[in-house]
Design a protein around this ligand. Structure first.
Ligand SMILES: [Zn+2]
Ligand SMILES: [Zn+2]
Ligand SMILES: [Zn+2]
Length: 92
């Protein structure tokens, strides 16, 4: 079965048997939105420190993936975590 991103509607380009990308323009759909459970690709997912999970003092809340719709609906003012750099910034 091929995962298709709910946001950009692109099917994953990785070959499920080899794990290698079948296209130059790689699309990786390896996360699901933690509200609606729909698959989202690397480019369209929103990683945030979700305040839904209470964190002990001095530690960060659990980071969860969101689709655009749920991000805007539930966490509109919450900054998004850049997965490569770890930087936190508001994304529109
Ligand atoms: Zn996408
Ligand atoms: Zn969602
Ligand atoms: Zn959430």
């Amino acid at each position: 079965m091929t995962w298709i991103c709910v946001d950009c509607n692109t099917p994953e380009t990785r070959d499920p048997s080899t794990g290698r990308s079948m296209s130059e323009d790689e699309v990786v759909v390896d996360a699901v939105c933690h509200h609606c459970g729909r698959p989202i690709c690397l480019k369209n997912r929103y990683l945030i420190a979700d305040e839904v999970f209470p964190a002990p003092l001095g530690t960060e809340p659990t980071r969860t993936y969101h689709c655009k719709e749920c991000y805007q609906r539930h966490h509109d003012r919450v900054p998004v975590v850049d997965e490569r750099t770890g930087a936190v910034a508001l994304r529109r």
